[in-house]
Every structure is written in structure tokens, then in C-alpha cells.
Design a protein around this ligand. Structure first.
Ligand SMILES: N[C@@H](CCC(=O)N[C@@H](CS)C(=O)NCC(=O)O)C(=O)O
Length: 205
């Protein structure tokens, strides 16, 4: 059994979706971000960075419990342990890794900052323009990829799609109009229709 510490956010939806896709039993432990539960000492033992998601695999290496933080590391750990989300082709595996890092280092931080500055009580047009422009530029990179490939890794649906989906389904939060990115919009629609994605989203709705 895997314990999933999470909340209903763009990063928080990734792990339940992945576990549904892998058909691995899990238990959701909701973390109340507004109450700053993610900064409490018991949670910091699982994730010293004080953010969701984090997991505890109660059947980790050596049959001992193992905690994992950072959504990219969590999904990579799960995809290596359970079959289904890691492409078999060596080329597609590296593409999956690329678009996983692309999300963690680019899409997540830029979309997050765009949304934060857009909603700040004090107007900050320079910051909004900077982060919205970058968020749109990153979405254009995904658009180019999805124009020529059904999934981000290639022919195989993979962890890379789940990593990016959490943010792209909420693109309007960052001021990114998906109407301008038809291949991304079609990919979001296709992902959202997957039974495992629906179940994963329901698990933390
Ligand atoms: N790079 C991290 C980002 C995690 C992250 O930013 N989580 C947000 C929710 S989407 C969070 O916990 N925010 C609460 C906080 O920063 O205190 C990951 O991919 O796991």
C-alpha cells in the first residue's frame, strides 16, 4: 500500500493519476495547505521542502517503508517499480525524462508564478507579463511536440504526460489560452477522458 500525501492542486493530482494508471492500491492523506500542514515537523520528515506531494511506499526496498518527495522523483520511482508508465524504447524513455524535467523546471515554476502575480492584490504588470510570456512560450514547446507525436515521450503514454497534464489542464490559471495551442488542447481532452485520470482526479476532488 502506498500512502499519498497530497492536495487538489496541479502538482497534487499527479500521483493519484499515476497510481490509478498503474492499478496500484493507495491511500490518500489530504494535506491542508491553507492550514500549513505541509510545514509541520511530521510532514517535513517526509518532504524537507515542505510541499506536496509526498509518498510513503510501505513496501519499499528491503520491505522497509520508503518516503519519496518531488513529484518527478515520485512518478519515476513508481514507473520503475510498476509496469505501465515507462516507455520500453530507450529513445522514448529519454524523451519521457526530458519532458518530466521540462515540467519540473519550467512549466510548474512559470505557471505557478504567473498565476500568483496575476492574483496579487497589488498590480504587478511587469511580473505578470514576464511569467505569462514564459508560460506561453513553454506551452508552444509542448504544442510543437504534440503536433508531431501523440504523447510527449512519443508513441507511448508515460509519466511525462501525467507530469504536464496537472498544469496544462489549469492553463487559464497562468493566463495561457489553450485555444492558441490546438494540439495541447486536444491532448488535455484526451487525457481527461482516460478512466484512470478521471478516477485519480476524483480521489482528491
Ligand atoms: N517541484 C515540486 C513542487 C511542489 C509544489 O510546489 N507543491 C505546491 C502545491 S501545487 C505546494 O505544496 N504548495 C504549498 C507551499 O508551497 O507551502 C514537485 O513537483 O513536487
Amino acid at each position: 500500500m502506498i500512502d499519498v500525501y497530497t492536495a487538489n492542486t496541479p502538482n497534487g493530482v499527479k500521483v493519484p493519476i499515476a497510481l490509478e494508471e498503474l492499478a496500484v492500491p493507495y491511500r490518500v492523506i489530504r494535506v491542508d495547505l491553507g492550514a500549513l500542514e505541509q510545514k509541520r515537523s511530521d510532514f517535513l520528515r517526509l518532504n524537507p521542502n515542505g510541499r506536496i506531494p509526498a509518498i510513503v511506499d510501505n513496501d519499499g526496498p528491503g520491505n522497509a517503508p520508503l518516503s519519496v518527495f518531488e513529484s518527478g522523483a515520485i512518478l519515476w520511482y513508481l514507473a520503475e517499480k510498476f509496469p505501465g508508465l515507462m516507455p520500453e524504447s530507450p529513445v522514448e524513455r529519454i524523451r519521457a525524462l526530458e519532458y518530466t524535467f521540462f515540467q519540473v523546471g519550467g512549466v510548474g515554476p512559470m505557471f505557478g508564478q504567473a498565476g500568483w502575480f496575476m492574483r496579487h492584490s497589488e498590480p504587478m504588470p511587469l511580473a505578470v507579463a514576464r511569467y505569462q510570456t514564459e508560460s506561453n512560450r513553454l506551452t508552444a514547446v509542448l504544442e510543437a511536440r504534440l503536433q508531431v507525436s501523440p504523447w510527449l515521450a512519443g508513441e507511448s503514454y508515460s509519466v511525462a504526460d501525467i507530469m504536464n497534464f496537472g498544469w496544462l489542464r489549469a492553463a487559464q490559471y497562468a493566463g495561457v489560452p489553450l485555444d492558441n495551442y490546438p494540439a495541447v488542447r486536444a491532448w488535455v481532452t484526451r487525457m481527461a477522458a482516460r478512466p484512470a485520470v478521471i478516477r485519480g482526479l476524483q480521489a482528491i476532488a
